[in-house]
Design a protein. Structure first.
Lengths: 301, 319, 435
């Protein structure tokens, strides 16, 4: 490790002329205006992007027959909190959230670990058949799941996995997506770092764990977030595999609660709001790992 | 091993150094190669076993089924190439194929541009950047049912805000959007770009972290303007991620399903019918799983060809 | 790794077996022995908390047959029910008795060998049971109907009075209906309209198929034309909200009729229970309403001394072909009960239209609180010739898909009626192999 030089970005000497603090005043004034403009543009864009979500929240506070009207009513009158109470009181929300959390966390952890492990094999090791195998991985992404889910279901049923959470974990954990994502990221990590570690006598497993993984925090963060969201919002998987109500996930439970003949749109929207919020919080926490400089620490400019 | 590696080290070498026996001792080289392969497989196996059992086997089953008349229940009868020859005479399949291409040709570049723009915009230490990043990601986590409902309302030909706005700026005959066979696909493309840009932004944000800040500074010192810095520093540094994003975006575009299902259900008429939906229709609605599997294989083949082209292009750019 | 290898082999073998072996009919003895002692049957249902019919049938049956317990298993609602059921039947994990939501999927299950022959049960049922012969195939019967909804005309009496339009008297043809819809729209204040036909293809095609002697399995859909012309006229004159607005604003028929935005509504009889419940909860306005027979093509089937023709698929119960032989007798008993008098009364009490509509059952139904009791409503509810929406056949599902595309193309005015029909005919010939 001794030869591994990892200066922090702050320690890197910055030529005085490039330091933003030393810019001439005219630049500073212009950049303040630009900043203000940038912010207002971003706020407008944010409002536009959030519009459907706002409509979801508004609709969840209406009575059912008020949800769809011509023209659209943006202010519910009266405000109905009943939908939220209904869902909490009459449904098994806590069970659904518990199941969904178990699934999301397990799948995400397993996917990140096995996916990045395999990705290291694909990107940093060279052996026969590697590229063909990798194309096989990606190729399966291109096959729509709906078309092979029945054979898969028959298979998992025969080994007794249907109607268990294991089925969903098994299904989601080994997707090619994570392998692909991590492999591409690993390839942008300079080979010199691994080489230096090898000279220091680190094994390949050691390099994966102590060099590559710590440098891949942004990729791990994005894989974690995407896997979490996908598992959280997955509907078709749980629909096919889970039957007993105490195994239901939040998407399955909400859909079932909303029922069939009665188009309870206000409740649908209440459920959607409730199912989005936890994910939004996770995202808010996770996005701070996208900070410039983590991966480039090891590279000398 | 460490000393050999040190001797072998050359800039740009991929893999753990010693894959060519330059020392002239072939036996040792072969041994190393074998060792290398074993280590490589040991990394891949934990994931590959699960992948092979849970995905590969069912996918092989799908290929088999595509040569049969399987209807889910009971035995499958081998029908040879019947399903495939049927594809050539099936106007609905061709319509779905055309629509899938139509969708992809616009969806891919637009989403790429939008997500790259967002990623560049939000890749800085700004006050409130966490909030804006979350906002950009919101469409992706919002339930697709809610998205379809809201956008359909915005697109409503007579009372929708979009057309009201268009009339206000003097367009007398605004498009019918999702209620018009001509405009339904553009409407779907628009919504899907809006929905997915945050998703790919996330991937690109991660990729942007690999571009060394020092390179920007060097470029600045050389007097490069923002555009030149983007073209000469950002894009090359982002190449592995861009490759990933383009491949995924391409495959996902060809497989577009849920958004169309809830937004237009393929209509009006067949104007937004896409391949995945056609597969679902043939399989689960009409119980022709054999034929549905053949359509899946066709979709798979198209994706594979496009992906391989992207692979080769990427390799060429790499070297 | 060591542990995983046998699993891998096992899975491959299992998959190979299921794909090549035929499930369901693996021979078996001739006379199934009836089980001794208590039996537990499993029954598939959906949205159990809001759809009480399955538990109601199970409880009522258990009361008469204490030895047999019917355990209801929850499945997803809507089309997802059939997705789950298909998967479970394919993997052999489906319940003993399952519901056939509509006739479109009955064919799939029957031709796939997933239903037991229940001709004995059917033979012993009241021949007047609605939809009884819909489940016949190759001279045998494969399910029994327990529920038969039919399409009727709901109308808002208060709005008719307000507009000064004569209320329906059972003699209406579609021309009378169109006239009334226009008159109502003119006579009503505000933006209330004469009628509301929901965006489903059945609101046009169901009537056309039932009343004009058309068929799905001959590629000749010209019989749809007058029905589409009428709906397009209503849409143009503003007597009916246009299709684009319905789909883009996700309008619901419950809100359109329940909050008095439309004075008439052709809809299935299942809406009766919903409307009563929504009026009681305040979700729908308070107003006087009634049922009238659905309008007819010509006067030969109108009037309260004739039998109006309408449509609706029965909902049936079938026995899983993979059921334990010991349970077959109990399952057959359950089917006989559900489709018979006992089941019908239990269903009528919770506002569901049973397939067997005897006078007792109709009395029970009209005893519900909030139900209009005028003669025309009673006539409309109990007297009709109900033809299936999805006549059983190999090409039904395919043709319904094609006609669904025709519906959205015509209703959005993307394609003219004549063009859309000839396109559908060409597709039916090509995709379903019919001419």
């Amino acid at each position: 490790m001794a030869t591994l030089d990892t200066p922090t970005p702050a320690a890197a000497p910055v030529p005085a002329t490039l330091n933003p603090l030393n810019r001439r005043p005219r630049d500073a004034g212009r950049s303040a205006v630009a900043k203000a403009l940038g912010y207002s543009a971003m706020i407008v864009a944010a409002a536009a992007i959030l519009l459907p979500f706002a409509w979801m929240v508004i609709s969840s506070l209406k009575t059912n027959n008020q949800v769809f009207t011509v023209p659209v009513t943006w202010i519910p009158d009266p405000i109905v909190w009943q939908n939220y109470l209904d869902i909490w009181a009459r449904s098994d929300m806590t069970t659904w959230i518990k199941n969904t959390l178990i699934l999301s966390v397990t799948v995400t952890v397993l996917q990140v670990v096995t996916g990045s492990f395999a990705a290291y094999g694909f990107s940093k090791m060279r052996f026969k058949g590697r590229d063909a195998l990798f194309v096989l991985y990606i190729g399966t992404i291109a096959v729509p799941w709906q078309s092979y889910m029945i054979p898969q279901f028959i298979m998992l049923s025969n080994v007794g996995l249907s109607n268990t959470l294991w089925a969903i974990i098994a299904l989601q954990t080994f997707s090619a997506f994570g392998v692909f994502l991590m492999k591409q990221y690993f390839e942008s990590i300079p080979e010199e770092l691994s080489e230096a570690a090898r000279i220091d006598g680190l094994s390949e497993y050691g390099i994966w764990r102590r060099i590559i993984m710590p440098l891949s925090v942004p990729a791990i963060a994005s894989l974690t977030l995407l896997m979490f969201v996908n598992t959280w919002n997955d509907y078709l998987g749980p629909l096919i595999y889970l039957r007993s109500p105490d195994l239901w996930t939040i998407q399955l439970g909400l859909k079932s609660f909303i029922g069939q003949y009665n188009a309870e749109h206000a409740l649908i929207m209440t459920g959607s709001v409730l199912s989005v919020l936890p994910v939004a919080i996770i995202f808010l926490l996770g996005q701070r790992y996208f900070v410039e400089g983590i991966a480039s620490t090891g590279v000398k400019g | 091993m460490a000393t050999i590696a040190a001797d072998e080290r050359s800039p740009g070498a991929v893999g753990p150094g010693p894959d060519g026996p330059r020392t002239g001792r072939n036996r040792a080289g072969r041994k190393l190669k074998l060792r290398n392969t074993l280590i490589g497989w040991s990394f891949i196996l934990p994931n590959f076993i699960g992948f092979a059992v849970l995905t590969l086997i069912p996918v092989f089953a799908l290929f088999y089924v595509s040569f049969t008349n399987w209807n889910v229940f009971g035995a499958a009868q081998w029908t040879g190439l019947d399903n495939y020859t049927r594809l050539f005479g099936d106007a609905s399949f061709q319509k779905a194929l055309f629509n899938t291409f139509y969708y992809s040709v616009f969806h891919i570049p637009l989403t790429l541009a939008a997500s790259l723009g967002l990623a560049l915009l939000l890749n800085r230490k700004l006050r409130g950047v966490a909030f804006f990043r979350t906002v950009a990601f919101f469409p992706y986590i919002t339930s697709v049912v809610a998205i379809a409902v809201v956008w359909n309302m915005l697109f409503s030909p007579e009372f929708g805000p979009i057309n009201q706005f268009l009339r206000a700026i003097g367009i007398d005959n605004p498009p019918g959007w999702t209620t018009s066979a001509t405009w339904a696909m553009p409407a779907v493309i628009l919504v899907s770009v809006w929905r997915e840009m945050g998703y790919y932004m996330l991937l690109l944000l991660a990729g942007l972290q690999t571009v060394p800040a020092q390179l920007y500074e060097a470029a600045r010192m050389d007097g490069a303007n923002a555009w030149q810095r983007f073209w000469n520093v950002t894009l090359p540094g982002l190449r592995p991620t861009m490759f990933f994003v383009t491949v995924m975006l391409t495959i996902q575009s060809f497989k577009i399903f849920d958004l169309i299902l809830v937004m237009t259900n393929g209509g009006p008429g067949q104007s937004t019918l896409v391949l995945s939906q056609y597969i679902y229709q043939k399989g689960f609605v009409e119980n022709q799983f054999g034929y549905a599997s053949a359509v899946s294989v066709a979709l798979f083949a198209i994706c594979l060809v496009v992906t391989i082209i992207q692979f080769i292009a990427n390799k060429r750019r790499e070297s | 790794m060591k542990r995983k290898t046998p699993v891998l082999i096992g899975m491959t073998a299992a998959l190979a077996l299921t794909l090549t072996a035929c499930s369901g009919d693996d021979g078996g003895s001739d006379t199934p022995p009836a089980a001794e002692g208590p039996v537990t049957l499993t029954l598939a249902g959906w949205s159990l908390s809001s759809t009480p019919e399955f538990q109601t049938l199970a409880d009522a049956f258990n009361e008469e047959n204490p030895d047999v317990t019917v355990e209801v298993q929850e499945y997803a609602a809507g089309d997802d029910y059939d997705t789950q059921m298909t998967a479970d039947l394919a993997a052999g994990t489906a319940p003993d008795v399952y519901v056939l939501k509509n006739l479109k999927n009955f064919f799939t299950y029957q031709s796939g060998g997933q239903l037991l022959d229940v001709s004995e049960v059917t033979g012993a049922l009241d021949p007047s049971t609605g939809g009884l012969d819909a489940y016949e195939a190759d001279g045998a019967s494969y399910a029994v109907p327990y529920r038969q909804d039919s399409w009727v005309l709901y109308y808002n009496q208060d709005m008719f009075d307000e507009a000064g339009v004569d209320q329906p008297d059972g003699s209406w043809t579609w021309d009378d209906y169109e006239q009334a819809a226009n008159d109502l729209t003119d006579g009503l204040e505000g933006d209330a309209r004469g009628t509301y036909q929901h965006s489903w293809q059945s609101t046009v095609q169901g009537f056309a198929l039932a009343q004009s002697g058309g068929a799905l399995d001959t590629a000749d859909y010209g019989y749809l034309e007058p029905f589409y012309d009428r709906v397009l006229d209503l849409q143009d004159s503003g007597a009916q909200v246009d299709f684009g607005t319905i789909t883009t604003n996700s309008l619901t028929y419950q809100a359109e009729f329940g909050t008095q935005k439309a004075a008439m509504l052709p809809m299935g009889s299942w809406y009766v229970a919903t409307l009563i419940a929504q009026q009681a909860s305040g979700e729908a306005d308070e107003f006087a309403w009634g049922l009238a027979p659905i309008p007819q093509v010509d006067s030969s089937t109108t009037g309260t001394d004739a039998t109006p023709v309408t449509f609706g698929d029965p909902t049936g119960l079938g026995i899983n072909a993979g059921i334990d032989e010991e349970k077959i007798q109990a399952a057959q008993d359950f089917l006989a009960f559900a489709a018979g008098e006992g089941g019908a009364n239990a269903l009528a009490e919770i506002g569901i239209t049973p397939a067997l509509l005897g006078d007792d059952v109709v009395d029970t139904y009209f005893g519900l609180e909030g139900m209009p009791t005028d003669d025309l409503t009673r006539f409309a509810f109990s007297t009709h010739e109900t033809l299936p929406e999805n006549p059983v056949g190999a090409s039904t599902a395919i043709v319904q898909n094609i006609l669904g595309d025709l519906h959205s193309a015509v209703m959005s005015e993307s394609t003219s009626v004549a063009d859309a029909i000839s396109e559908a005919e060409a597709r039916a010939a090509n995709e379903a192999g019919i001419s």
